[in-house]
Design a protein around this ligand. Structure first.
Ligand code: ADP
Ligand code: LRH
Length: 464
């Protein structure tokens, strides 16, 4: 088959990129054309995303792509749960809120008191996290919802701007906590009970679907011609998991970035009293798979510390490998969720309160966080195995965090399992593969990723 060429836009919480992917001879070559930073914008006590700034960066990346000859398609993925509201003219209604915004303080507790955990979990199978879209909508002033005509998740919003078609792709719909994965439809009864207008919702569409051509305006702006928008798995974690270079069944993944998503793939959602008690999530994957996983706070804690330290990540992680393990924190303690220049102080306070060694230097604090993430990963894998009955032999680490050799080794040690690290850009590769191959055959897709990536293996050392 002749080579095909596709553009993937991957918007992560800490950075975004526009990449060109070329498929040829069962291999995928990825070239990153444009990278740009991302993060929350604080305004008057709340936190927002600069979604228009992201759009400008995307357009810039597309202009660069237009210099690379004929391109078949484009697809956008991003972090989950956040959304824009549109008015009846299709104009963006106000700013786009950030999932770490203080507006959500106390909202989940209020909703859980109204609806019961069983009602919410049995309908959705989603982990209770205070920033799920369900609680974000419950936090909206009713007047704003009354003025809104449509809710679009971030990637769906960008697809709307690219081609004028407004739909909701399924993998990201499942992150809202008002999608029923067993029925394959919106759990409208939850929204009804909270007086959230369900007319805001649009049709749920599968990844691999062609939405339509770029608008004439986007063509003029970028110089691209005849490019189709094809839906990838729009939830970044779903794209990353699709590109886990695994074979067989007995593996787990860690999608390691701002968040650390620790999970396994199962054929069906697992929604039981035990999975509720463990607060496990069931998110939709590519090809009708289920992602049974848990959100772990991830590298966010170090990212926030490094806003102050301003160190090179490769250097910082090398230094962290040279200090001894000291203390561990629960990275999911609620105190670590909000941004702040005092993140290192929060880590120290946790250690002090729990009568542990208090890390002082950036290397010591980083080591403490990495040790803690590895322990948490091992703990979750034990739960996943118990709940699913699936054996786990190897752990695949993908994403930006898979570059941290120390973390890979700590995960191998804590889990007592082999770790296979890479690809770093799993999300881009999953996005591009679904555009090129459709979503029919995950083993083939994973074979392409394996053939196209240099992987690193870490064997577990006995614990000291
Ligand atoms: P997200 O998609 O959530 O924005 P990424 O998957 O891009 O996150 O991962 C970002 C993380 O990757 C950073 O927080 C940092 O810890 C790690 N990282 C980035 N560059 C390097 C590097 N050169 N060496 C080791 N780790 C790195
Ligand atoms: C990772 C991610 C994760 C969500 C979080 C909000 O980027 O999409 O899967 O839970 O962001």
């Amino acid at each position: 088959a002749p080579p095909t060429r596709h553009i993937a836009v991957d918007l992560g919480a800490s950075s975004g990129r526009v990449a060109l992917g070329t498929f040829e001879g069962g291999k995928l070559h990825v070239e990153i054309l444009h990278r740009f930073p991302n993060g929350g914008v604080p305004v008057r006590g709340q936190l927002y995303w600069n979604v228009l700034g992201l759009w400008r960066e995307v357009l810039h990346g597309l202009k660069l792509a237009a210099q690379h000859g004929e391109i078949q398609s484009i697809g956008v993925n991003s972090w989950a749960v956040d959304y824009g509201l549109l008015d009846a003219q299709g104009d963006l209604l106000g700013a786009v809120h950030h999932y770490r915004s203080p507006r959500l303080d106390g909202v989940m507790q209020r909703v859980r008191a109204t609806l019961t955990d069983q009602a919410i979990y049995n309908a959705t199978g989603i982990q209770f996290l205070p920033f799920n879209t369900l609680y974000q909508l419950a936090a909206e002033p009713p007047e704003r919802l009354a003025r809104a005509d449509k809710l679009l998740m971030i990637p769906d919003l960008l697809h709307f701007w690219l081609c004028g078609v407004a739909v909701t792709e399924r993998t990201n719909a499942s992150s809202t906590q008002f999608f029923n994965p067993q029925m394959g439809k919106w759990a409208t009864e939850l929204l009804d009970a909270l007086n959230i207008p369900t007319r805001l919702l649009s049709d749920i569409v599968e990844s691999g679907t062609t939405l339509g051509k770029l608008t004439p305006e986007v063509e003029r702006e970028t110089g691209l011609r005849g490019v189709q928008v094809i839906l990838p798995a729009t939830h970044d974690t779903a794209s990353a998991v699709a590109a886990v270079p695994a074979e067989g069944q007995d593996w787990a993944y860690v999608s390691s970035g701002t968040w650390s998503l620790v999970g396994i793939e199962t054929p069906q959602p697992i929604i039981t009293p035990r999975s509720l008690a463990e607060n496990l999530t069931n998110e939709a994957g590519v090809g009708g798979t289920n992602r049974l996983l848990k959100n772990v706070m991830g590298l966010w804690i170090i990212q926030q510390c490094n806003e102050v330290w301003k160190l090179d990540y490769a250097d910082l992680y090398k230094q962290a490998a040279d200090v001894a393990s000291g203390s561990t924190i629960d990275p999911d303690d609620a105190r670590f969720l909000p941004p702040g220049a005092d993140m290192a102080v929060r880590v120290q306070a946790y250690c002090s309160e729990t009568n542990q060694f208090v890390p002082q230097t950036p290397a010591e604090i980083t080591r403490c966080v990495l040790d803690s993430l590895a322990h948490k990963t091992a703990q979750i894998l034990r739960v996943l195995k118990d709940v699913s009955g699936q054996a786990i032999r190897v752990v695949h680490v993908v994403g930006g965090g898979s570059q941290i050799a120390l973390l890979n080794q700590l995960i191998a040690n804590a889990c007592g399992k082999w770790v296979i690290a890479g690809p770093v850009e799993a999300t881009l590769m999953g996005n591009l593969s679904v555009q090129a191959l459709g979503q029919t055959d995950l083993p083939t897709l994973r074979q392409v990723v394996r053939a196209s990536t240099a992987l690193k293996t870490f064997s577990p050392n006995p614990q000291p």
